[in-house]
Design a protein around this ligand. Structure first.
Ligand code: ADP
Ligand code: ZN
Length: 617
């Protein structure tokens, strides 16, 4: 069957060659080579095998099905959970000269009719749809009547109840293999524990699939986690100041918090907007649009934001509250630095977050699901407090072995100094013991600091030997020490906010074992941090030229009404600034410049680059 759509990329009758792959890789996508696992994935798909690929965000999963889609006969149907955000992806593909379409609830019946007509004519290579579309009347029948090259399941972890984003509609995708037993299915996700991985295989009914699993390590992400001081706004603003004019996401826990924080940031002079599920569709779209088009820098969002977001130059992700699970966390920070350039993540947590999360879990019905959720929460809390490599801990969670990163997380960089607070700990435990474990943190701190309030006098606590022995520490410092003792299991909670001494605490009181705490938790000796470079560390280029190229890109993007990174990625501009191409061929040699893009934007950039290399800055 000679399909019209085969006209540009006809692969011949199942005969395809590797040189052709490379050619299309360059021509359409502008890439000069494959990234790890991409070639294996493409070859599996070309051989009509089922596939499950687990590759971190930014690893380049889309290419693994988009490239084969161009070479195979028929249409590739891509299932993805968030249709609104798919829109940009389809547009980017069209700009690359690929016949991509989508069918979604946002379109009018006429628009959908047009897409269906094109499908029937064989004029669509990639069709993006939401999972529920399969169950719309007549849709499966339509698919049966046209040639399907393969099905692609994006964000495949949504299939699994053990994952962190389970969706009913995804679970039903198992029927695909029943209706289309001979059509290959390729599933992709960035996050799957081994448990979730086997669940995906089972639920989708994949048939002896090729399985590819990339390392979860994202070496361009710098990961930090620190205790939140107060409401954390001071820490957040300090952080954002280092990233003025660059894009990032700040996650909050509630809608209300998102709104308030966005207001606050605006008053502090940042260009921020809130994004959460409580906003009208229109407001959400506006915020999303403004962010993608660099009209604002910061989106303050609940976790409703970000899934499927196709913006590669997000430079930072901040969590102002502890995320639900490490999978959620990894997925959320994964939205930073998809262009491969350095990006930074900051997690602000407190013991109260942990308690709040735990109390939410109490409402779940008892059973293995709840137990599973508790285990995940434990791991999340452990991650926050841990003093070992952050990347290593994430790898460990996903059952992968990894050496400590050595330089891409706060713990490895030795950002945090430790202070021995054994003596202070013993003072506190002693005060607790002498007041017969009947008082809470606040009163015990008053006692140690020698406060002269009513409660102290009422109980005669000013007469105790421990009264006033902790004056040299501030209230905040004592709170941090108490929190540390909780973490170490030296204290337990009793009734009415009272604290109890545990066996571990008793040992410490007897002088066995030492208590250490990260100095930043005590807020002493805070060190100035070097701002991380927001330019590719591996490319040496002229910043002034880069800025001029960026300005031109911004102009073109505004004129065409597309996000800047769709014109060229930051990394591509950095390469231009480093290599200063002045001919068409030199330009095409740059990673990120394909022929289609060159036709559109190449000349304008060449003209500017010529001026710049003649020193006309
Ligand atoms: P994922 O879906 O795995 O998160 P994407 O498919 O969005 O990742 O790709 C992330 C970025 O990497 C995109 O900007 C894409 O253009 C780029 N990319 C993908 N494959 C390659 C490659 N072979 N060479 C260079 N850049 C690539
Ligand atoms: Zn590390």
């Amino acid at each position: 069957m000679a399909t019209k759509s085969g006209k540009h990329y006809a692969a011949g009758k199942r005969v395809w060659q590797r040189p052709l792959l490379k050619k299309i890789l360059k021509q359409v996508f502008g890439h000069t080579g494959f990234r790890p696992f991409q070639q294996e994935a493409v070859e599996a798909v070309m051989a009509n095998r089922d596939l499950l690929m687990i590759l971190p965000t930014g690893g380049g999963k889309s290419l693994c099905y988009q490239l084969p889609a161009l070479m195979k006969e028929g249409v590739t149907v891509v299932v993805s959970p968030l249709l609104a955000l798919m829109h940009d992806q389809v547009r980017a593909l069209k700009l690359q000269g690929v016949e991509a379409e989508m069918i979604g609830s946002m379109q009018t019946p006429e628009e959908i009719g047009t897409v269906i007509a094109k499908l029937r004519e064989g004029e669509v290579k990639l069709l993006y749809i939401a999972p529920e579309r399969f169950f719309a009347p007549g849709f499966l029948k339509l698919l049966k009547s046209i040639q399907i090259a393969m099905f692609v399941i994006d964000e495949a972890h949504c299939v699994s109840e053990w994952g962190h984003e389970f969706r009913e509609d995804y679970r039903r995708l198992g029927v695909l293999k029943e209706y289309f037993p001979n059509t290959p299915v390729a599933a992709f996700t960035a996050t799957a524990t081994p448990e979730v991985e086997s669940d995906i295989l089972l639920q989708l009914g994949l048939n002896e699939p090729v399985r590819l699993r990339g390392s979860v390590y994202r070496n361009n992400l710098l990961i930090r986690a620190e205790p939140r001081r107060g409401d954390g706004r001071g820490q957040l603003v300090d952080f954002l100041r280092r990233y003025r004019g660059e894009s990032g996401i700040v996650y909050t826990f509630t809608r209300n918090a998102a709104e308030k924080l966005a207001d606050y940031l605006n008053r502090q002079g940042f260009r921020a907007k809130a994004y959460h599920a409580g906003l009208t569709k229109r407001l959400r779209r506006e915020a999303y649009h403004a962010f993608v088009h660099d009209e604002i820098d910061v989106v303050v969002a609940t976790v409703a934001f970000g899934m499927g977001i196709d913006k590669s130059n997000i430079r930072y992700v901040v969590h102002t509250r502890m995320p639900k699970t490490l999978e959620n966390y990894y997925q959320e920070i994964g939205r930073a630095g998809r262009d491969g350039l350095p990006a930074e993540t900051l997690l602000l947590y407190s013991a109260a977050d942990a308690a709040q999360r735990a109390s939410l879990l109490e409402e779940l019905p008892e059973g293995p699901y709840r137990q599973n959720a508790y285990n995940k929460l434990e791991k999340m809390i452990g991650f926050c407090r841990s003093e070992s490599c952050r990347h290593g801990q994430i790898a460990d969670y996903f059952a992968e072995r990894m050496e400590a990163c050595g330089e891409r997380c706060d713990n490895c960089m030795g950002d945090a100094e430790h202070i021995d607070v054994t003596e202070d700990a013993r003072k506190f435990l002693s005060a607790l013991y002498r007041t017969r474990q009947r008082f809470g943190k606040s009163h015990l701190i008053d006692l140690l600091r020698g406060a002269e309030n009513r409660k102290i006098m009422q109980f005669g606590h000013e007469k105790l030997s421990v009264y006033g022995i902790g004056k040299e520490r501030s209230r905040g410092e004592w709170e941090a020490i108490v929190e540390r003792l909780m973490e170490l299991g030296a204290l337990a909670r009793g009734q009415h906010r009272s604290l109890l001494l545990t066996p571990v605490g008793a040992e410490i009181l007897k002088g066995k074992g030492r208590v250490k705490i990260r100095s930043d938790r005590l807020r002493v000796k805070e060190r100035k941090r070097k701002p991380p470079r927001s330019v590719p560390a591996d490319i040496v280029y002229d910043k002034a030229i880069f800025d001029r190229l960026r300005a031109l890109r911004k102009e073109i993007a505004a004129k065409e009404g597309v996000p800047a990174y769709i014109v060229f990625a930051d990394r591509t501009l950095a390469l231009m600034a480093a290599l200063l191409p002045v001919t068409r061929n030199e330009m095409l040699g740059i990673n990120g410049v394909g022929e289609v893009k060159f036709e559109r934007y190449g000349e304008e950039f060449l003209t500017l680059l010529k001026e710049l290399s003649n020193g006309e800055l």
